[in-house]
Write a protein that binds this ligand. Structure first.
Ligand SMILES: [Zn+2]
Length: 399
């Protein structure tokens, strides 16, 4: 059993790194460090993406409310052998037992890594959500239960689309989002390979990767959009790259390498955007008590808080206070991405509070989602939108 155990230890370590970065409202605001680009090779069809269900990953308990509304099989993940064939699985049925095995319903298996494989796609249920694909159940070294949804990439993207962009956005904007999300997922899968954890998981189901809630937001429209862009991804110099996106840039997107650990590359170099001015986050003002900021930053005195360096665009690159400095993105995440909408702001001292007047929502890197809506409403198609936000990127149908 050394393989799952090693995998789990690595996974736990990775999660500790990710967790340290905190959460945010939008994807791509809290990315772990990147290591450049991933080479495309050997993608013959939609790969299976392993989505760690964040609520059970790292595992909080040793049981999970899992159900299958129809026939299913239980298969050993190690040997592939079928362990059980059932007609239906009642909820509340999967648990790690004390001996290191797993119980599925009334059946107990001396395995710490197995798959529940529904015969009919989409009949698997975890909590109150339905999922396509299969469910991997793994017992951690601490005897806890980990759950991973193994699902074909195209089904995953159909679930991600409506969680990352309102499905009432124009068709061209949704297609651009589907391609960006697919590229992002493929890049994360390659990174998981490099990290040696892809045997267990590739992505998380929350904002640490892309938001995915099974089929909850998978509508007919979402499926149609995903099907229309099936297999299409963005490449730079023949390689996948981390296709960042965010809600609203506020007038200028920013170079990824200023905020994330990636090399400078043309598609992520930043550019002016004149298409998101009608969005609700185009202009905003918030006041935050100085004592709250001091507490979040861990400094005693923030009275001299100022932006000491801006990017070539509009976002804060370096913020100083109390003799210390922060990268603009790190400052926003420390203060709280729910309180400070973006890093494109000016600061004004108002006694007990600081007033931040700013533009945009999110980190400002890559595709501006509200801008894609603006472009689509002006008649641009998804290819034109993607080439605008990821300059010089190539669009390729991988399968
Ligand atoms: Zn924009």
């Amino acid at each position: 059993m050394s393989k799952p155990a090693v995998g789990f230890l690595k996974a736990t370590f990775q999660l500790a790194c990710l967790g340290a970065l905190g959460l945010s409202l939008y994807s791509c605001t809290t990315r772990p460090p990147e290591r450049g680009r991933a080479t495309i090779q050997g993608i013959q069809g939609p790969p299976v993406v392993r989505v760690a269900l964040g609520k059970y990953f790292p595992a909080a308990g040793n049981t999970a409310p899992v159900a299958v509304e129809g026939e299913y099989r239980v298969v050993s993940a190690r040997s592939g052998a079928q362990l059980h064939h059932g007609t239906a699985l009642a909820a509340g049925a999967v648990a790690a037992d004390r001996a290191g095995g797993i119980a599925v319903g009334v059946h107990r298996f001396p395995e710490r890594d197995l798959r529940i494989v529904p015969v009919f796609d989409g009949t698997l249920k975890v909590g109150d959500r339905f999922y396509r694909g299969t469910l991997r159940a793994v017992v951690s070294d601490e005897g806890r239960l980990l759950l991973v949804n193994e699902v074909p990439l195209e089904s995953y993207i159909a679930g991600v689309l409506g969680a990352e962009m309102p499905l009432d956005y124009p068709r061209a904007a949704l297609e651009a989002q589907a391609v960006a999300a697919r590229t992002y997922a493929l890049f994360e899968m390659r990174r998981a390979d490099q990290d040696g954890r892809s045997e267990l998981w590739h992505v998380l189901d929350d904002t640490r990767s892309q938001v995915y809630s099974g089929t909850l937001r998978e509508t007919e429209k979402a499926r149609t959009v995903v099907q229309a862009t099936r297999g299409v991804a963005l490449l730079s110099g023949g390689r996948l790259f981390c296709a960042y996106f965010h809600s609203t840039c506020g007038g200028h997107t920013e170079a990824a390498d200023l905020f994330f650990d990636v090399p400078r590359m043309s598609p992520l170099a930043g550019r002016p955007c004149e298409y998101c001015g009608k969005g609700k986050w185009s202009n905003w003002e918030v006041e935050i008590p100085k004592k709250d900021i001091a507490a979040k930053l861990g400094v005693k005195d923030v009275s001299g808080l100022r932006i000491s360096q801006k990017t070539e665009g509009i976002h804060a690159l370096k913020v100083e206070a109390g003799g210390q400095s922060w990268n603009g993105l790190a400052f926003r995440l420390a203060v709280g991405p729910d309180r400070l909408p973006s890093t494109a702001f000016d600061v004004e001292d108002r006694g007990a509070n600081f007033a931040f007047r700013g533009r945009g929502y999110g980190h400002g890197v890559g595709m501006c989602q509200v801008g894609t809506k603006g472009m689509a409403e002006l008649g641009y198609d998804s290819t034109e939108i993607l080439r605008f936000y990821y300059p010089s990127a190539e669009l390729l149908r991988l399968y």
